[in-house]
Ligand binder design. Sequence first.
Ligand SMILES: [Fe+2]
Ligand SMILES: [Fe+2]
Length: 168
Amino acid sequence: MKNGEKMENKEYLQIVENIFENKSFNQLKNERHHHNSNRFNHSVDVSYKTYKICKKLNLDYKSATRAALLHDFFFDEEFTTKKEMMLKHPKLAVQNASKITTLNKKEINIIESHMYPISGKIPRYKESVIVDLVDDYVSVKEKLGGDFRNLKIAVNFLFILFINVLIK
Ligand SMILES: [Fe+2]
Ligand SMILES: [Fe+2]
């Protein structure tokens, strides 16, 4: 996905506008994420893909897009070890997000469950499952840098399979 595509999508920008403008959220640009990215770009990628998929599936794409953008709203300095960060960051992301916007029940579950089954709560909504999967996809893509052609084909296949099950 090209960067320009999401920045030109007026509806997407309208949904995320007040989060994009928040000073604290913008500091995620200084947080390294998965070696090849920063946490801001990672979050925008997860949220735009979520927006496209949830809209196509007639789901609550507004809540899903907002929660996807906020799913990793935390800073490395808030944890002492990597393990602690991995296990506890979904809960902290909910706390940090609640300081800048009002979250609904679904948005809270989406953020809290995005690391399932490694950690966090159980995804209770279709939107939660989608954000969990999109996050995994974007994360693997970032970890592998540009070298992910075969992986992309495999993940796309799994996605199509998942969406088919979902819409049956
Ligand atoms: Fe995360
Ligand atoms: Fe993430």
